[in-house]
Design a binder for this molecule. Structure first.
Ligand code: SF4
Length: 375
């Protein structure tokens, strides 16, 4: 990844912005922007520290790299770069992380606000949690008003909703340029990664210039290209060397079901003035992701739908080691895809896989050969 996250956050602070570190991946961004905060989603933090010494004092080494990098970042330099921490409930790994970070920050005299929201992980068709959820959002607004000395404004909220909708649309358009051969998947991933650590205005500038600066001539013609299309699925995109291996092995990335990419920008709820109603739609109609447990029933349909839409011949599951949420679903998804004649490959990315990915590269080459021989 090319971006220097520490530098980006320091710049936001120098510009006088209040920066709210958020996890997991789908925080209520629009609300934070409407309340003059800059939310930054704390993913893709690999590389912000040389090791995970601080994190390892608190987390077992069988937790995923996402949580370990996040904790290392928060404990090594996060307190000086953030004005607060927001989280909603997701997996068991993340559940008590805010308290660990909060206590460590207290020890060094940094008492930053810790803001939490509980999203009921119940199936809406079985249990109506609307009232509880709306209360959580209204409580969040009050909490933000008090802690950051701001007032909620419906006009600013609607403006933020429209801006984020535009950003998500630009991200989807950039993804289409990957599919049609104008943009490499790696450049696409780098641009989206930079967006997560930028203001909404900057995100629009990054994405508009990414799209505008592309040549009219594609690197290949999507119609005539004989390389087989594959979809990537997982929590994070694979490491750079694995992306290179995929793109140079005779495979073409035609879609993604990556939590930090496609699953994040796919949901575009209707614009509303009432944040509670807006986020009820946002969370309960969200593109399926194992971290939102109630979307589980729609997960297979959405992945198979993506395969149909893109014409992909294979799906590469990029497993985040120790992420049981993703792993629990792989056997079922693999079987469903195989029943439809779609080939699958599962690779596992561990925290130490930064540089040592040659085994994955070989498996990607072998997978490419299988696709060539089958289609
Ligand atoms: S990768 Fe999986 S286990 Fe790790 S924080 Fe995300 S959902 Fe939790």
């Amino acid at each position: 990844m090319k971006i220097d996250i520490t530098k980006k956050l320091a710049q936001l602070k120098n510009d006088g912005r209040k920066v709210l570190g958020c996890f997991p991946l789908y925080p209520p961004l629009e609300l934070f922007y409407a309340m003059d905060l800059v939310p930054v989603v704390l993913w893709g933090l690999r590389g912000t520290a040389t090791d995970t010494t601080e994190s390892d004092r608190h987390l077992q080494n069988y937790t995923c790299s996402v949580a370990r990098h996040l904790t290392e970042f928060a404990l090594s330099n996060g307190s000086g770069l953030l004005d607060g921490l927001f989280m909603y409930n997701a997996c068991d790994t993340l559940r008590n992380l805010p308290e660990i970070i909060e206590k460590e920050w207290e020890k060094i005299g940094q008492a930053l606000p810790l803001i939490k929201v509980h999203i009921p992980m119940v199936l809406p068709a079985q249990t109506d949690a609307t009232a509880y959820f709306k209360n959580e959002i209204n409580h969040l607004i009050k909490d933000l008003e008090e802690r950051f000395d701001v007032l909620f404004s419906k006009d600013k909220f609607v403006q933020a909703v429209k801006q984020i909708k535009y950003v998500r649309d630009l991200m989807a358009r950039a993804e289409n340029r990957v599919t049609d051969g104008h943009l490499s998947f790696l450049n696409f991933v780098d641009a989206i990664h930079e967006c997560w650590f930028s203001t909404v205005e900057e995100q629009i500038r990054i994405l508009e210039s990414l799209i505008d600066e592309l040549s009219d001539e594609p690197a290949f013609s999507a119609d005539k290209d004989s390389r087989h299309g594959v979809i990537l699925s997982g929590i994070l995109p694979p490491p750079t060397s694995v992306i290179h291996a995929i793109e140079s092995s005779g495979l073409r990335i035609v879609g993604n079901d990556i939590a930090s990419l496609g699953r994040s920008y796919a949901s575009m709820p209707e614009t509303r003035e009432d944040p509670a109603a807006y986020f009820l739609d946002f969370y309960y109609q969200h593109f399926p992701c194992p971290t939102l447990l109630y979307t589980g029933d729609r997960r297979t349909t959405s992945l198979l739908g993506l395969v149909d839409k893109t014409g992909a011949k294979g799906v590469i599951f990029v497993g985040e080691k120790f992420c049981e949420y993703e792993y629990f679903e792989f056997p079922h998804l693999v079987q469903q895809l195989k029943d439809k004649g779609i080939q699958t490959l599962e690779i596992e990315i561990a925290i130490e896989d930064d540089a040592q990915t040659s085994a994955h590269d070989s498996r990607v080459s072998a997978f490419s050969e299988i696709l060539k021989n089958n289609f």
